[in-house]
Ligand binder design. Structure first.
Ligand SMILES: [Zn+2]
Length: 281
């Protein structure tokens, strides 16, 4: 292996006790086999960095989520506070913000204040937060991200949340953004799973700056959902979605390395693509 380690492009933190029951159940799904204390690490930057490093991770994107399922707690400010509280581990984390237009009266004003806190991108959740991703205000926001070189992630695929709207997770709905902002790096989280992975793959082949991430895809399902992974390995980012669906990150990574993919594809997936997008040498 010639890569220095793994970049995990999709990790959640928050306050477990304040979450809604359906999300608590989603997080507790792997509890019996877990090799970490989720409730402790979920709110502890130094502990989380140590756990992730132990699994071979060298850098981690933290995603905000100002949605109803998490009781609106892990906001952009929450993520930035968590990041700053990491002290000596601050460089380990890369903070991504969240905009939920149902909660934010002026998206552009929020963006300008978020930028000052040092965020490097955003994750938006149209399906989980119940909003259509194409509005004049959001299009202006996407153009700003494009001009400023930030990365934009979307939850794609069906939603795991009780009151979500699946149709807002259909990859096709995001096409106007890709057409209007060709230089914007867009990531389709979960690669449109479980029903739109073919569509997401096709779009990743078509749009040079569109990527897919592997969050919430079990390693044994990776080649079921993405049978062309080896061919599009330069367009896929490893994201664990920790702590969602992960019982042991080391075991999860080992399973990915044992899928029989070419070495180059594994290195692209686990490190090189993310390093390129995040400007890591
Ligand atoms: Zn996630």
């Amino acid at each position: 292996m010639t890569i220095p380690g793994v970049i995990d492009f999709h990790v959640h933190v928050g306050d477990f006790d304040r979450m809604r029951d359906d999300i608590k159940n989603l997080l507790e799904g792997t509890a019996s086999r877990r090799d970490f204390d989720m409730k402790a690490l979920f709110s502890d930057p130094r502990g989380l960095a140590a756990y992730l490093r132990n699994a071979g991770v060298v850098r981690t994107v933290l995603v905000a989520d100002e949605g109803p399922g998490v009781n609106f707690v892990p906001t952009t400010d929450f993520i930035c506070d968590f990041w700053e509280a990491a002290g000596e581990d601050k460089d380990f984390f890369i903070p991504f913000g969240n905009v939920n237009p149902n909660r934010t009266p002026d998206v552009i004003a929020k963006y300008e204040s978020d930028l000052k806190r040092g965020i490097k991108g955003y994750k938006l959740y149209p399906a989980d937060h119940d909003f259509h991703p194409i509005t004049p205000e959001l299009m202006e926001f996407y153009r700003r991200l494009e001009a400023d070189g930030l990365i934009l992630m979307f939850h794609t695929g069906t939603t795991g949340q009780d009151d979500g709207v699946d149709e807002y997770g259909d990859p096709k709905i995001f096409q106007p953004i890709l057409d209007e902002c060709p230089d914007l790096t867009v990531v389709f989280c979960h690669a449109g799973k479980p029903i739109w992975t073919g569509e997401a793959t096709e779009m990743a082949r078509t749009y040079p700056n569109l990527y897919l991430d592997t969050a919430f895809i079990k390693p044994e399902k990776l080649l079921v959902y993405l049978p062309e992974l080896a061919e599009i390995s330069h367009k896929v980012l490893f994201g664990s979605d920790w702590p969602v669906g992960v019982s042991s990150l080391s075991a999860h990574l080992k399973e990915i390395r044992n899928l029989g993919l070419p070495e180059e594809a594994v290195e692209n997936l686990l490190y090189r693509n993310a390093a390129r997008l995040l400007g890591i040498a």
